[in-house]
Ligand binder design. Structure first.
Ligand SMILES: [Zn+2]
Length: 362
């Protein structure tokens, strides 16, 4: 069986936050806005005003620090007291995931409203919780995707360029991971095999980033969403999200289960781990040295990590390598690879993620 899942609606364009009242009409008259406290301060008056145009009410709840299970429990208790019909999950990766976690706990429909294109979480049904030291505590799955994704590109174009770079680092791997998942007869986030549509979206995501990422990064922080910026936002939020949920993940994302254990990597941005992780994946693939060399050069041009030394100056000991490699090999995404990888091979690819130029065109 093949499965394809997605949000009910995806809206993207300048100024959309002021339309959030109309865009959520079908969901009811009582909303809660969940985000980190900083984003909450920036957004809540506009969201409340927009909801008021259709006589809907808003209660807003924020959190500080890491998105921990304790923060989710406390937010859920406060939000539940407001007897909401739906949740608006807003902010960067953490704020959106907080709202998703609250919606999951309260069993409510939710919409997402990202303020940066730093992850594809706004489109997906999963969210990540951490402990107080930013160690991943678990990935959780909601039984539905967001009802709507509302992407106001005026807000996203104000976000600093490094946040967009995180999103690009995460999104660039999706095509290669979905391709491996399909090759290996692996499973996507719905537990079944990828559709052709998923592979096509992941590939288009990749091509869009190759064509437009540089121009989009130049526009980031200016407050003006250019056409290239709009296309890259769609690639990092929508295509990457649909691409990974429906296409499946592979080695690049499996690395996030072990890399944070290495010294200096505990708080590295997800998108940076993935761009390095993709180089490790391509090193392990049997037939891709030209492709690997081409992408390796491109990542340097736009400022994404390719080597472990781009992420940390601390060189792991033999025991640290072995422990991290085992956590990676135990990750379920490793099953979505064309062959079984040994611990030695994985460590060798992590130590030297540069393309093997023998036989390559470059
Ligand atoms: Zn990711």
């Amino acid at each position: 069986m093949n499965i394809f899942g997605s949000p009910q609606r995806y809206y993207q364009g300048p100024g959309l936050l002021d339309e959030i009242g109309e865009l959520t009409r079908i969901l009811g008259d009582r909303a809660v806005l969940i985000s980190d406290v900083h984003v909450l301060g920036l957004l809540q008056d506009r969201v409340r005003a927009s909801l008021a145009t259709r006589s809907a009410e808003l209660a807003a709840f924020g959190f500080e620090g890491e998105l921990t299970a304790e923060n989710v429990a406390s937010l859920s208790q406060q939000a539940g007291g407001a007897l909401p019909d739906f949740v608006i999950a807003a902010g960067g990766g953490k704020g959106v995931d907080a709202g998703k976690a609250v919606a999951h706990r309260l069993g409510l429909p939710f919409v997402t409203a990202p303020t940066a294109a730093s992850t594809d979480s706004p489109t997906s049904k999963n969210y990540v919780l951490y402990d107080d030291n930013h160690r991943m505590a678990g990935v959780f799955h909601i039984d539905r995707n967001p009802d709507s994704v509302i992407v106001d590109t005026n807000i996203l174009a104000q976000a600093p360029g490094h946040l967009l770079l995180f999103g690009i680092g995460d999104a660039i791997a999706k095509h290669f991971e979905a391709r491996q998942c399909a090759r290996a007869g692996g499973r996507n986030m719905f537990g079944h095999q990828p559709t052709q549509s998923a592979l096509a979206l992941a590939e288009r995501c990749y091509q869009t980033l190759r064509n437009d990422a540089e121009a989009a990064i130049a526009a980031a922080g200016t407050g003006i969403p250019t056409p290239a910026f709009e296309r890259v936002v769609e690639a990092t939020v929508l295509m990457a999200g649909l691409g990974f949920e429906n296409g499946g993940l592979s080695v690049a994302h499996a690395l996030t289960r072990g890399l944070p254990q290495l010294s200096g990597l505990g708080s590295a941005p997800h998108g940076f781990l993935i761009s390095y992780g993709l180089m490790v994946q391509l090193k392990l693939e049997a037939t891709s040295s030209n492709e690997h060399a081409d992408l390796f050069e491109w990542l340097a041009k736009i400022g994404l990590p390719r080597h472990l030394t781009d992420l940390t100056q601390d060189m792991p000991s033999g025991a640290e390598w072995a422990q991290a490699a085992q956590a990676i090999l135990d990750a379920p995404h490793m099953a979505n690879f064309e062959r079984v990888v040994s611990q030695e091979e994985l460590i060798a690819a992590m130590m030297n993620s540069a393309p093997d130029l023998e036989g390559a065109l470059l």
